[in-house]
Design a protein around this ligand. Structure first.
Ligand code: T3D
Length: 271
């Protein structure tokens, strides 16, 4: 795959997507969204990819929407007050960010975000839509929306209260202050914070480890965790029953049990 705003490399069953507009802190423009759509379409259809790693080039992870990108009608965001541009801008969420969040959440394989630097606005919330977020100690998370008069999008208002509780979610969303990676980990916003020079080794090791696990079971775990946010206990027990039925029919389950009984390491093939 050849792109201009992202890089995609696949090795050891891990597809690594690097947001690659470092001079603009990898902010999203129309081209990047289109390229991400193409990359995810390919990944979704490639069963050899068993985990995805998302990171950013240069000193930032992603600064959210490129605020200088012109709207489809050629107008600027700074001129959008009170006219049709505002509706057009909201439509961009439906076209770009909302499908991206949905794809990250329903992809039946784990997605790791390696947050190498600042993650602001939609950049922060796209990272938080991934399954496991690991961040460099120097990285920062900023709900920058309120600073420019917007509402957190890309599922921020859904994800934040669930991850850190309503009090911290309100503070993050209404103040727009940067929080560092160590605090983010302490608050449960992310999985962990590591030293800057260990980030990519740790994150790709984690993605490779996930890619060697029983991929179908991981996809089912992801579905169960997704749905638990909206289910009551009975519905969740029913879902676990349904998903365990599927998991128990996989080759990987048979291999996992056989390996345990034979006291040898399992070799999972993701089927
Ligand atoms: O509009 C819609 O379509 C609705 C969707 C909205 C989704 C959103 O994501 S809204 C939130 C948009 N993002 C922001 O408001 C964050 C804006 N950026 C910043 O506040 C700061 O850049 C950071 C705190 C992220 C980092 O600060 P710092 O000091 O480390 O870097 P910098 O100098 O501000 O940025 C470096 C360059 O990247 C600079 O370009 P230059 O001057 O060297 O040519 C800066 O303009 C550019 N840049 C950073 N963020 C953006 C950006 N350019 C365009 N859009 C950006 N979001």
């Amino acid at each position: 795959m050849s792109f201009t705003t992202i890089r995609v490399e696949t090795a050891d069953s891990v597809a690594t997507i690097t947001l690659d507009r470092p001079d603009k802190l990898n902010s999203f423009n129309e081209t990047m969204h289109a390229e991400l759509r193409d990359a995810f379409t390919t990944i979704e259809g490639d069963t050899n990819v068993r985990a995805v790693l998302l990171t950013g080039a240069g000193r930032g992870f992603c600064a959210g929407q490129d605020l200088a990108d012109v709207l489809p009608d050629g107008n600027n965001r700074a001129d959008s007050a009170g006219d049709d541009d505002a509706g057009e801008l909201a439509d961009l969420l439906e076209r770009n960010y909302n499908p991206l969040v949905r794809r990250l959440r329903v992809l039946d394989r784990p997605v790791v975000a390696a947050v190498n630097g600042v993650a602001a606005g939609a950049g922060a919330n796209i990272a938080l839509a991934c399954d496991i977020v690991i961040a460099a100690r120097s990285a920062k998370f900023i709900q920058a929306f309120c600073k420019i008069g917007l509402v957190p999008d890309s599922a921020g208002t859904y994800t934040l209260p669930r991850l850190v509780g309503p009090a911290r979610a309100a503070g993050l969303a209404m103040l727009g202050d940067a929080i560092d990676a160590e605090t983010a980990a302490q608050w449960g916003l992310i999985w962990k914070c590591v030293d800057d020079d260990a980030l990519m080794t740790d994150a790709s090791g984690l993605a490779r480890r996930l890619a060697a696990q029983p991929t179908r079971a991981l996809g089912l775990i992801k579905r169960a965790l997704n749905e638990s946010a909206n289910n009551d206990l009975d519905a969740q027990l029913d879902l676990e029953h349904e998903l365990q039925h599927i998991a128990a029919s996989t080759d990987d389950y048979a291999e996992g049990v056989a390996a345990f009984l034979a006291k040898r390491p399992p070799v999972f093939r993701g089927r």
